[in-house]
Design a protein around this ligand. Structure first.
Ligand code: GLU
Length: 383
């Protein structure tokens, strides 16, 4: 047998989620706070649209980057002007196709640390080199222009950016985004921005990079229905990109994914037209959850939880416990049946991520278990 050419480590968020679900299926009372997935049902209009499309036999291929009416619905809902709209099977294929088209062997792509677990692998899969830039721990782990200036090189092709941030919940301010755009312009870089948590902003308003018209010629802006409309499994993402990049991404997607799911497209049209209240209610639910959970965690001695203004993650500093983040998560699961994701999965050891996509009583129980775990008398000696 010839050796494998490439071994790609599987997504840690997805494999931990799978492990936690297997434990639950085996009868263990595990609280699964690993994968970020909305735990509420998608809008009824979307369900009805899928059923109607299925009954109407709309099961054939659709265009590689989506049907014209879906593109129009995305454009109008997102307020995206200019450029070309691309529809695909979730945000991930759009981000990875963008990276693959913009960077190749010998090129470098900047990305923040901490960052979403799949970004470095997407860059490596493109044959390029991920160059992580540490966010400022004194400023919500936000990327600063100074740190970016230190990391950029003549080989840098793009910045892979995310706002609101998975895993910290940070929401960038307008002036911080301005600095990111200026940096990309000054160094002539592409800016690939993942805004899938844009509907989940609890303090202040969300400023999309789309607001910066002078960035449009270098901006590939990605979003999806997965989080906003609680339909992650239907895999429906969308992006806007300048024409040259959009054409390249479209070609790439036509050879890899083929096309988005025809039924998910119908669901997307329905929810995008009929959604405003759904998104508001979802945001209120998650804001309440954060407001319940944050003070409970902040009161636990020995750990420190970051203030989070968006997404549905809390980012917990466990360095004071003296435990390695992977060991912390492993032991927490073993002793208290709470599943979290180690920060090293996000290029940031010493931290753990908690996804609060669970009902309030479950979150309260998780906080109790976490407090008990951290205060366990044998905690320090056992490690
Ligand atoms: N994006 C979510 C997370 O960070 C879902 C899992 C995944 O796609 O990796 O947990």
């Amino acid at each position: 047998m010839k050796p494998l050419y490439r071994v790609v480590p599987s997504s840690i968020t997805m494999s931990l989620d799978k492990t936690a679900k297997e434990l639950i299926a085996s009868g263990r009372d595990v609280i699964n706070l690993t994968a970020g997935q909305v735990d509420l049902p998608m809008p009824k209009s979307g369900k009805d649209a899928v059923i109607a499309a299925l009954n109407a036999d709309r099961t054939g291929y659709v265009p590689a980057t989506g049907s014209a009416d879906v593109k129009a619905a995305v454009r109008s809902r997102m307020g995206w002007k200019g450029g070309s709209i691309l529809i695909s099977a979730g945000a991930k294929p759009l981000v990875s196709a963008a990276v693959a088209c913009l960077a190749g062997p010998g090129d470098e792509v900047l990305l923040p640390a901490p960052c979403y677990t799949s970004y470095p692998e997407m860059i490596r899969l493109a044959g390029a080199v991920p160059v992580s830039v540490s966010g400022d721990p004194e400023n919500r782990f936000a990327l600063s222009k100074t740190a970016l200036e230190q990391a950029v090189s003549p080989r840098t092709k793009a910045l892979l950016f995310n706002n609101p941030v998975n895993p910290t919940g940070t929401v960038y301010r307008r002036e911080e985004l301005r600095a990111i755009v200026d940096f990309c312009k000054e160094h002539d870089l592409w800016l690939v921005a993942d805004e899938v948590y844009g509907e989940f902003v609890y303090d202040g308003i969300f400023v999309s990079l789309n607001a910066f018209t002078d960035a449009w010629d270098r901006l590939i802006l990605v979003n999806s229905a997965s989080k906003s409309y609680a339909m992650a499994g239907l895999r429906l993402g969308y992006a806007v990109a300048p024409e040259s990049a959009a054409d390249a991404i479209a070609g790439y997607l036509s050879h890899t994914l083929g096309c988005p799911c025809s039924l998910s497209e119908r669901a997307a049209i329905a929810v995008l037209h009929d959604d405003a209240r759904f998104c508001r209610d979802l945001r209120d639910t998650f804001r309440k959850r954060r407001d319940v959970l944050y003070p409970l965690l902040a009161a636990i001695p020995g750990i420190r939880v970051e203030q989070s203004a968006g997404a549905f993650y809390l980012w917990i500093d466990i360095r004071e416990t003296g435990m390695d983040d992977a060991a912390f998560c492993r032991d927490l699961l073993e002793r208290e049946s709470v599943a979290l994701t180690p920060g090293s999965a996000f290029l940031c050891p010493g931290f753990v991520r908690l996804a609060y996509a669970q009902p309030e009583p479950v979150l309260r129980e998780a906080a109790e278990r976490l407090a008990r775990f951290v205060s366990h008398p044998g905690f320090r000696e056992d490690r």
